[in-house]
Design a protein around this ligand. Structure first.
Ligand code: SF4
Length: 261
C-alpha cells in the first residue's frame, strides 16, 4: 500500500460541476497518482492555476483531512438543491493502492447517503465491495477505453489493470448495484489498434455507457480521419446500447455528423 504525500485543509468541498452530465461534485484529494497521459484535464488546470508545478508533483497526492467536517457543515445547507454528488472530477476516489484515499471516499459516501444524497462514483482503481452495502441509488463506474494492457501502461501508467477494474465492477453489479462505464477519452487508431465491439462486449452487463472523444491531444488532432472515426464509434455505441437495453450518453463534440447534415 502507498501513503499519501501529506494532508491539506480546504475551506469548501461540495460544488456544482457545470459539465454536461453532472450535478454536484467533491474532490477531496489534490493530485492523482494514476498519472494519465491523455493528457489529464485536471492536471492541466491545476498546473495552469499554480496548484501543482510538475507532473511528478501531481503523482503525489495530498488528502484533504477536513473532508468529513466540511461535509457536516455543507450538507444541511445544500441538501435540498443536490440531486447527486459525483466523486470525483479532478482526482480519483479509489486511487489504486492508496487505501487512505479509498477509506475517506467510503466515509464521505456513507455520510452523503445518510443524508438522502445519491452518489455517483468513477474510478480507474478498484471499486471496493463495501459499496454494495450503501444506498441502492448510488451508481458505480469505471473508466474503460481499451482492453490492451500495453496501452494502459503507456497512458494510465499507475492505474489498476483493466481486468481487475472490470472484475470489481462486475462484482458490484452481481450484488445488485447500478454500474456504468466512462468510455472517455476514447483513443484513435494511431494510438492503439483495437476493436470497439470487444470493449462493448466486456461491459454489456452495465446500466449506462458514456462515450466521448479525446480532446487536447496532438496525436488525435493529427489523425486525419478522426471525425469519421468518432462518428462511426458513436453510432456503434448507440446501436449496441439500444440492442442491449443500456442507457447511453455521447459527449458533445464526439458525434459530429448530425451537426454537419
Ligand atoms: S485518473 Fe483522472 S484525475 Fe487521475 S490522472 Fe487520470 S485523468 Fe487525471
Amino acid at each position: 500500500m502507498k501513503k499519501v504525500k501529506g494532508y491539506i485543509k480546504r475551506k469548501s468541498m461540495l460544488y456544482v460541476t457545470g459539465v454536461e452530465y453532472g450535478d454536484y461534485t467533491m474532490n477531496h484529494v489534490l493530485g492523482c497518482a494514476h498519472g494519465c497521459r491523455y493528457p489529464c484535464y485536471a492536471f492541466m488546470m491545476k498546473k495552469r492555476f499554480g496548484k501543482v508545478s510538475s507532473y511528478e508533483e501531481w503523482l503525489e497526492p495530498y488528502l484533504v483531512e477536513n473532508t468529513l467536517e466540511l461535509l457536516d457543515t455543507e450538507i444541511p445547507k445544500l441538501r435540498d438543491k443536490i440531486k447527486s454528488v459525483q466523486l470525483c472530477f479532478t482526482t480519483d476516489p479509489f486511487m489504486y493502492r492508496y487505501d487512505e484515499v479509498g477509506e475517506m471516499s467510503l466515509a464521505a459516501i456513507r455520510k452523503l447517503n445518510k443524508n438522502g444524497i445519491k452518489c455517483t462514483v468513477l474510478t480507474k482503481g478498484i471499486l471496493p465491495i463495501e459499496l454494495a452495502e450503501l444506498s441502492e441509488e448510488n451508481e458505480y463506474g469505471i473508466t474503460l477505453v481499451s482492453l490492451t494492457e500495453a496501452f494502459r501502461k503507456r497512458m494510465e501508467p499507475h492505474s489498476a489493470k483493466y481486468p481487475e477494474r472490470l472484475d470489481a465492477l462486475k462484482k458490484l453489479h452481481d450484488r445488485g448495484c447500478k454500474t456504468w462505464i466512462s468510455m472517455e477519452p476514447y483513443p484513435t487508431p494511431n494510438l492503439v489498434r483495437q476493436k470497439l465491439e470487444k470493449i462493448l462486449d466486456a461491459v454489456s452487463f452495465t446500466d449506462r455507457i458514456i462515450f466521448g472523444r479525446t480532446n487536447y491531444s496532438k496525436d488525435v488532432s493529427s489523425f486525419p480521419e478522426q471525425k469519421d472515426f468518432y462518428n462511426q464509434c458513436a453510432n456503434q455505441v448507440i446501436e449496441f446500447c439500444s440492442e442491449h437495453g443500456i442507457a447511453y450518453h455521447i459527449k458533445e463534440g464526439t458525434l459530429t455528423q448530425l451537426d454537419e447534415a
